[in-house]
Ligand binder design. Structure first.
Ligand code: AKB
Length: 313
């Protein structure tokens, strides 16, 4: 039978590019985009779209039955900075949407799930450098707590009910097609927009805050690769560590200055500094490399070139 794929949260930063990539692979009509609001023109015009609140089980079940969906990518979530402001709303969205999708698979209404986790599952007591797959996980943010709980539930549904759920701990993601919203790593996208528009940027993190990051093409490649591999290769059913590059805001500014020589950066750390300080600065992703052949293509220099070229007016 042909695949029929539902993307929940299709209008967000990852969802938009993932939908377009999946449509290119499986055909426009086989990939149903959904969100609580409409997305950009590219996304809306390239295939079917449904307004859908993923916390509403009945509405979700109806869409799944109507389109005979076999795979769900659940990309809807409230990210770290916004979740600190609305803890209960974040918990409700991040957890109930996951339970709804896991339960659809448990009831055999869908076959396969992708659910994104994050480096936010780690906390201040986690080893900061080269953070291993399995280690101390004591997240100190609302978002991190929801992602860590989500990982435990994914692992539980796999072992208890045989649900084929697959997941990646995304680092900060850098893209030019859609803006991120409400994350702590968002500075790494905003900086390019401001560099081109104003030749200056005031960063909300300190100059030397090193975080794991990834260019969106790599994130999409990893997601499709993990979803494509045979089930027996997926040895980690909580979520895979994934790494591409690590840098600080000042290193990022230097890479921009190679193209825009008069670009200036200043620093005004806000509440997001504490979130960033609780996360790892680099990630060990040997399990993803071993199990399904993961390897990143983009480093900081290549990312900067790609971002500036595509965002330039
Ligand atoms: C955030 O900053 O909240 C996200 C993430 C690292 O999961 N980009």
């Amino acid at each position: 039978m042909e695949k029929s794929i539902l993307i929940i949260g299709a209008c967000g930063q990852i969802g938009t590019e993932l939908t377009l990539a999946l449509r290119e692979t499986y055909g426009n009509d086989s990939v149903i985009a959904s969100d609580i609001r409409e997305g950009n023109e590219n996304l809306m015009e390239s295939g079917p779209f449904e307004i859908l609140d993923a916390t509403d089980y009945d509405a979700l079940e109806e869409v799944v039955a109507y389109y005979e969906i076999s795979e769900v990518y659940l990309m809807a979530a409230m990210l770290s900075a916004t979740a600190e402001k609305f803890p209960m709303r974040a918990w409700n969205l991040n957890m109930n949407s996951l339970f709804n999708v896991l339960n659809l698979a448990k009831e055999k209404k869908i076959d396969k799930i992708f659910w994104p986790s994050s480096i936010a599952v780690f906390g201040p007591n986690t080893p900061k450098e080269n953070t291993p797959q399995s280690t101390i996980m004591e997240p100190s943010t609302v978002y991190g707590i929801s992602k860590q709980s989500g990982e435990r539930w994914c692992d539980y549904y796999f072992h208890k009910f045989g649900v084929d759920v697959r997941s990646i701990r995304y680092p900060g993601l850098i893209s030019w097609k859609t803006m991120p919203g409400g994350g702590t790593t968002d500075y790494a996208v905003e900086i390019y927009h401001k560099a081109l528009a104003e030749k200056s940027y005031t960063c909300f993190l300190k100059a030397d805050t090193e975080l794991p990051m990834m260019f969106m093409d790599d994130a999409i490649k990893a997601t499709l690769q993990l979803m494509d591999t045979d089930a027996e290769n997926v040895k980690v059913r909580s979520s895979y560590n994934l790494s591409a590059m690590n840098f600080t805001p000042s290193q990022m500014a230097e890479s921009i200055q190679k193209h825009i020589t008069d670009f200036k950066i200043s620093y005004e750390p806000d509440f997001r500094q504490a979130i960033a300080d609780s996360w790892p600065s680099s990630i060990n992703d040997q399990e993803a490399r071993r199990d399904w052949g993961w390897k990143a293509d983009f480093d900081l220099e290549k990312t900067t070139k790609e971002m500036l070229e595509n965002l330039a007016p």
